[in-house]
Design a binder for this molecule. Structure first.
Ligand code: PEP
Length: 249
């Protein structure tokens, strides 16, 4: 039985005092949640958020990391640095990083290997563009991205990897994939993992849906057979709304 994970992605939003106020508001609302509750916050909020989630069931994640341990990479943050302050999760390969910051399937693979080697819990984002969906290429794109992201990983590492299927056309646009399309696409991803690693592994990998998830569509999406929760952008900026998504049942 796969655990449901609901992760907020604040992107470049919220100052430390806003992050702490948010956590104070969210914590009592989600304290009985059976799902894993994760907030992926900007680097500058990480330490404050980690201190503030103590004695709650909220976990903290970063939104990116570098694959090298240290060195001349001005402006970058390594996995070791995240680990050293107690960060548990890290988003890798978000489509905004792929589109604006030169992230590729190759860097995603390197970051994923590094995150896993450090015991960070990676949330790897994949997903097709609208053009690719409309021209019938979605399956090829997401299976290829899955294969390239996981290249060279052992089965036990794959089992620890969380994948977020995020159709690019649904991110921040208010357009959500239908629950049937999202579930079918996640099944394609699972089939690809099964092809390489076998059914035991593919059945145990947590795969989230992301793209304009809100309280009004969360239940429909999260109750589908293969959708194990969500990566939530815009709607995660409001504690009341995020709590409704987390308590979707
Ligand atoms: C995201 O940032 O990963 C995301 C899915 O954003 P939104 O929920 O705003 O579409």
């Amino acid at each position: 039985m796969r655990k449901k994970v609901i992760a907020g992605n604040w992107k470049m939003n919220k100052l430390p005092n806003e992050a702490m106020n948010f956590i104070s508001e969210l914590a009592p609302l989600v304290k009985s949640a059976e799902n894993e509750v994760v907030l992926c916050v900007p680097y500058t909020d990480l330490f404050y958020s980690l201190l503030h989630v103590q004695d709650t069931n909220i976990k903290i994640g970063a939104q990116n990391m570098h694959y090298e341990e240290s060195g001349a990479y001005t402006g970058e943050i390594s996995g070791e640095m995240l680990k050293s302050i107690g960060v548990e999760y890290v988003i890798i390969g978000h489509s905004e990083r792929r589109a604006y910051f030169g992230e590729t399937d190759e860097t995603v693979n390197k970051k994923l290997k590094k995150a896993l080697s450090l015991g960070l819990k990676p949330i790897v984002c994949i997903g097709e563009s609208l053009e690719q969906r409309e021209s019938g290429e979605a399956k090829d794109i997401v299976t290829m991205q899955t294969k390239l992201a996981l290249e060279g990983l052992e089965s036990d590492a794959v089992e620890k990897t969380i994948i977020a299927y995020e159709p690019i056309w649904a991110i921040g646009t208010g357009k959500t994939a239908t629950k049937e399309d999202a579930n079918e696409t996640i099944k394609w991803i699972r089939e690809e993992i099964e092809k390489i690693y076998g059914k035991k592994v593919s059945d145990s990998v947590i795969i989230l849906y992301g793209g304009s998830v809100k309280s009004s569509n969360a239940k429909d999406l999260f109750e589908m057979s293969d959708i194990d929760g969500g990566l939530v952008g815009g709607a995660s900026l409001d504690a009341q709304e995020l709590a409704k998504i987390i308590n979707y049942k």
